[in-house]
Design a protein around this ligand. Structure first.
Ligand SMILES: Nc1nc2c(c(=O)[nH]1)N[C@H]1C(S)=C(S)[C@@H](COP(=O)(O)OP(=O)(O)OC[C@H]3O[C@@H](n4cnc5c(=O)[nH]c(N)nc54)[C@H](O)[C@@H]3O)O[C@H]1N2
Ligand SMILES: Nc1nc2c(c(=O)[nH]1)N[C@H]1C(S)=C(S)[C@@H](COP(=O)(O)OP(=O)(O)OC[C@H]3O[C@@H](n4cnc5c(=O)[nH]c(N)nc54)[C@H](O)[C@@H]3O)O[C@H]1N2
Ligand code: SF4
Ligand SMILES: [Mo]
Length: 738
């Protein structure tokens, strides 16, 4: 390891890095933009990755925006969050200066040099006293991957720590694990054009109309009169707009998918050519013999006839069938196997690698895909593996970092980090661009473990999120719109974001904060070439060489913009001198039938379904489902609640969806207050009585902080993603509890 001086470096370099407040989004608005009236940026909310056209004044400051008409993703459309993307930047809740908790417990303004000195001195002391496993960070899928990579490399290679994870664990870990195990690499195969080219579109555990409204627009642009099948326990907006809604029992998915495979294999509706590119079909065929439709009817809540009909629809030869899933699948105690059961169906029916087909997870946050490839948290940066000596050597050589600085083991996962903090083994946490005091499952756990932490640092664009309020040190960050970098969307498309506003007060871009920390820590030299996001991009690009996510063919940011975004892979190909052709704008994976496993075959993976971790019982007789409420609310609402326009579009107070029969049985009237209790906590919400939920279920939108005080801390064993969408609760009219 490189020896670190114990005292922090607050010398001239660190001072330089923090002295020009507002301009370190990198910052300086490019002068070439000055006379121009527009530039483009990918939206900073969901992973659809719409491109927005920003209208600039003569100083290059964005004054308005509109959706970009010729971008291949959104084709001139945006949802309310995109349209109002500039609103949250000007909120008075912005963090404008570092804040440090004083001896009396108050968070008080301080300057950057004091903040950095405190950060470095305290973490070094903790490291020295308790060892390198006593400090961890939790980050995000919502900042550019150049920033994520700098953070992950700084923390592991420079500062010498090991444990870190991102909120993509709450979101995409299941999909990432499923692809990695099945295909040999975390590689979502489809492209958005597949929505328009399918004959049968199955949306399973995905509420596109609310969570990915522009992808729903892509679905309805399909000119092939597709059959749209929604598999969801709730009659969501998407289910109501679909051709068919299968209202299955929560977590009945795995049994259902095995039963579909049973029918398809039984009736020989398989594609032998596609199956030839897989491993495990013999064992799988044997396994699914135990799943005839009659045997899963109770578990799924669907009749054998419905299951037979669905099996027919998803295996019709000559038809293009695509499956798309989101959190209804990923956030489950058996999410990985459920995702793989979808993948298996596509593999055995040949619905992969061709237009209009594919098993595709729709990603959540704007840069969850960037986090999966580049964050250097769960995987070694740029699609590598910490456990592979050749990978460590390659990264060491390319980054000029001593090989001993690259960990040869994996970090603890999110839940394990929190458990270690509860147990007093992790003494300091650094939270970047995520708000786990609201969003983590069974969130009271965070409040409790806070007392065990010696030092909590939160780096956010606002000073008053639930997590920021718990911090000892708050580092104020520049937001989307105030900095540069790249996001990767659900279809693997890389797009750029631009600096179009000045960050408020002393807020700095996350990139600049990480550089300043590197300098203060005394390892700035290690990152000397990471001068700005585009330089970092080029370093990362070169690291992808020969990996499935190889993007060595991308020249620079302007190349990405010129191409309308670029999907990975995009290797540097030796073109004939006279050729100027670029790969097609829409590309899907696995057209050649080769996968990324050593045998080049996809693996068919399966295991028997298990029961709900916390099933309803006499005391807690209802099953609680949670998820997105409206297209105008984003997660913990730190951003969307700052927009006056968006705030008019959703209910401000929590509401709970209850089936009319349950409401009348319990004497609950419309809009009255209902108490919802679980073994972990309770909350009040206004009753929204509608048959959108099944009898025996209730639904709460996740956007209200009380909701995760109820949820049950159970996980998928393969991905360690939390099971947010099923736990036992009781409900009662709050009038019975004065
Ligand atoms: N407006 C808005 N859009 C967003 C977000 C936001 O906060 N607000 N967040 C973004 C992010 S990060 C994500 S991850 C995505 C999430 O996007 P989605 O996953 O589409 O949204 P959710 O509402 O969490 O869950 C989808 C559906 O899963 C269903 N479900 C619950 N349990 C089961 C089950 O056992 N089986 C099946 N088949 N379905 C089940 C729920 O009823 C719900 O309708 O949205 C992204 N887009
Ligand atoms: N019950 C329940 N809980 C859930 C879910 C569910 O379906 N049900 N879904 C889960 C899912 S899929 C997800 S993705 C998570 C989301 O959970 P979180 O990641 O906790 O939610 P956000 O509100 O998006 O938090 C992002 C934070 O980053 C800050 N921020 C924004 N931009 C920047 C930036 O550029 N730099 C910095 N430093 N900070 C920034 C914002 O102000 C905000 O505080 O919630 C999970 N929780
Ligand atoms: S659909 Fe997603 S990416 Fe597109 S404008 Fe809305 S939030 Fe932004
Ligand atoms: Mo998510």
């Amino acid at each position: 390891m490189i020896p670190f001086p114990l005292k922090s470096h607050t010398g001239p370099l660190t001072r330089d890095l923090v002295q020009e407040p507002g301009n370190f989004g990198l910052g300086k608005i490019p002068s070439r933009l000055k006379p121009a009236s527009t530039t483009t940026s990918i939206c900073g909310y969901c992973a659809t990755g719409c491109q927005l056209k920003l209208h600039l004044d003569s100083d290059g400051i964005a004054i308005n925006l509109s959706p970009q008409a010729d971008y291949p993703v959104n084709l001139g459309m945006a949802c309310p969050k995109g349209w109002q993307a500039l609103d949250p930047l000007t909120s008075t809740d912005r963090a404008t200066t570092p804040l440090l908790r004083d001896a009396s417990g108050k968070l008080l303004p301080t300057d950057w040099l004091t903040a950095l000195d405190t950060f470095t001195t305290r973490l070094k002391k903790i490291k020295e006293t308790h060892g390198p496993e006593s400090v961890a960070f939790l980050s995000t899928g919502q900042i550019p991957f150049e920033e994520m990579a700098l953070l992950g490399c700084l923390f592991k290679f420079g500062m010498g720590f090991l444990h870190c994870d991102a909120n993509t664990r709450q979101c995409m870990a299941t999909a990432a694990t499923a692809y990695k195990q099945s295909f040999g690499f975390d590689a979502p195969p489809s492209t958005y054009a597949d929505f328009e080219e399918s004959d049968v579109i199955v949306l399973i555990g995905a509420n596109l109309c609310i969570a990915h409204p522009i992808l729903w627009q892509r679905v309805i642009r399909n000119k092939r009169s597709p059959k749209i099948i929604v598999i969801d326990p709730r009659a969501t907006e998407t289910a109501q707009a679909a051709t068919q809604h299968l209202s299955l029992k929560p977590k009945g998915d795995l049994a259902l998918l095995y039963s579909l495979a049973h029918c398809i294999i039984r009736d020989n509706r398989i594609d032998p050519k596609s199956i030839a590119n897989t491993e495990g079909i013999v064992e799988f065929s044997e396994f699914v013999k135990d799943y005839p439709p009659e045997s899963v009817s109770l578990r799924t809540g669907l009749s054998p006839e419905t299951i037979e009909a669905l099996a027919f629809d998803v295996s019709e030869s000559g038809k293009r069938i695509s499956w798309w899933w989101t959190m209804g699948v990923n956030q489950s105690h058996e999410g990985t196997r459920t995702a793989q059961a979808i993948i298996n169906l596509c593999l055995i029916t040949g619905n992969i690698g061709k237009p209009g087909t594919g098993p595709s997870s729709i990603t959540g946050q704007c840069n969850a895909m960037g986090s999966r490839l580049f964050s250097n948290t769960t995987g070694l940066v740029a699609g590598h593996d910490f456990l592979d000596p050749a990978h460590r050597e390659k990264i060491s050589l390319n980054l000029g970092i001593p090989i001993e600085n690259i960990p040869d083991r994996n970090s603890l996962a999110y839940d394990e980090i929190l458990d270690a903090a509860t147990a007093g083994k992790i003494k300091a946490l650094w939270i970047i661009a995520t708000n786990p005091f609201h969003s983590w499952i069974d969130s009271e756990k965070l409040a409790k473990l806070r007392a065990n932490l010696d030092f909590l640092v939160v780096q956010d664009i606002y000073h008053n999120t639930e997590s920021a309020l718990a911090a000892d040190l708050l580092l104020p960050a520049a937001s989307w719109g105030e900095k540069q970098g790249c996001f990767i969307n659900s279809e693997r498309r890389i797009g750029t974001i631009k600096t179009v506003r000045k960050a408020p007060g002393k807020a700095l871009s996350d990139f600049r904060i990480f550089r300043a920390i590197a300098s203060s820590w005394g390892c700035g030299e290690m990152f000397a070439k990471w001068t700005d996001p585009e330089a970092a991009f080029k370093i990362l690009r070169d690291l992808t060489k020969d990996r499935p996510c190889d993007i060595t063919g991308i020249r620079d940011y302007s190349h990405i913009d010129l191409q309308g975004g670029i999907q990975w892979p995009y290797p540097e190909i030796s073109k004939p001198a006279d050729s100027t052709s670029e790969p097609a704008a829409e590309r899907r994976l696995f057209a050649d039938g080769f996968y990324y496993t050593p045998s080049k075959k996809a693996r068919i993976l399966f295991s028997p379904p298990t029961g709900l971790p916390e099933a309803p019982d006499m005391e807690f007789p209802f099953l609680l489902l949670t998820g997105r409420g409206t297209s105008s609310q984003w997660h913990t609402q730190s951003r969307t609640a700052k927009s006056h326009v968006l705030r008019k579009l959703y209910p401000h107070n929590p509401y709970v969806e209850i089936h009319p029969s349950d409401a009348s049985r319990l004497g609950i009237s419309s809009h009255s207050l209902v108490r919802i209790s679980s073994r972990r906590g309770e909350m009040l919400a206004s009753a929204y009585i509608a048959p959108t939920v099944q009898s025996g279920h209730v639904f709460l939108p996740m956007h209200y902080p009380q909701v995760n005080r109820l949820t049950h801390s159970s996980l998928d064993p393969h991905s360690r993603q939390p099971n947010y969408k099923a736990c036992a609760v009781s409900i009662s009219s709050s009038e019975n509890h004065p």
